[in-house]
Design a protein around this ligand. Structure first.
Ligand code: PEP
Length: 252
């Protein structure tokens, strides 16, 4: 079973509009022929400018970093899934990033509703899960990830689940320079694939792309991506530098 290899850049709250547009142009222009699906997840204000840049490059896609669970209403400052869908050119939405969970109090129930909103609008979730350091040290990380997936994703029908990309991002590795070892990443990815197999069957598990995120750099990407259950990466800091990001894409 071949599943899609993916490298997604999470730009977070970085880059002015002109800087972001220049970054997207440079990534597109320097992107070599690759089987990897490359996704740029930009701030909301960049989306309409970057959409035409990725439009004619099939393996380059655009994603948002969040959306609200409701379609419309009195939610000052928020953006809904129908708003993203009707802009056109957006394929993915990151949901459940640990920064959203920590700073914006998004729990598994809210995330389940966001997942539904994204899928109802024909967008695809990149669903993040991951444990904080104290959970890893207590040895209960698999239990926590199990709960995040069961409560946030496993209500989906098999048809909808097939559209989901999962990103395992240990919180202690995000933006810290500390990367999970390739073995730690493989162990968790294997555990996640088993959970999917138990819920949706082995074929669905084999077809699901599971990305690793957390301080991936050109120097460590190859070893992490070489693990059998690691299907690519969700890249934060290094996605803001053209050559670093493309070197990570080339590490597959
Ligand atoms: C992220 O924010 O999803 C991430 C993995 O960040 P970084 O690569 O900077 O650790």
């Amino acid at each position: 079973m071949t599943r899609q290899k993916i490298v997604a850049g999470n730009w977070k709250m970085n880059k002015s509009l002109s800087e972001g547009t220049a970054l997207a142009e440079a990534i597109k222009n320097k992107l070599a022929n690759t089987e990897v699906q490359v996704i740029m997840c930009t701030p909301f204000i960049h989306l309409s400018a970057v959409a035409p840049i990725v439009a004619d490059t099939p393996n380059l896609s655009l994603g948002a970093q969040n959306c609200h669970q409701n379609a419309s209403g009195a939610y000052t400052g928020e953006i809904s899934a129908p708003m993203l869908a009707t802009m056109g050119g957006i394929d993915y939405v990151i949901l459940g990033h640990s920064e959203r969970r920590a700073y914006f109090h998004e729990d598994n129930q809210i995330l389940a509703a966001k997942v539904d909103a994204v899928l109802e609008n024909n967008l695809k979730p990149i669903f993040c899960c991951g444990e904080p350091l104290e959970i890893r040290e207590a040895g209960t990380h698999v239990a926590l990830i199990t709960q995040q997936l069961e409560e946030g994703l496993f209500h989906l029908s098999p048809e909808d689940f097939a559209k989901v990309v999962i990103a395992y991002e240990p919180v202690w590795a995000i933006g810290t320079g500390v990367t999970a070892s390739p073995e730690q990443a493989q162990d968790m990815h294997e555990a996640i694939r088993k959970l999917i197999a138990n819920k949706y069957g082995v074929d669905a598990a084999a077809a699901t792309s599971i990305l690793y995120g957390g301080s991936v750099k050109p120097g460590n990407a190859k070893e992490i991506f070489s693990k059998p259950d690691v299907d690519g990466g969700l890249i934060g800091g290094a996605s803001l530098k053209v050559d670093d990001f493309l070197a990570i894409v080339d590490s597959h």
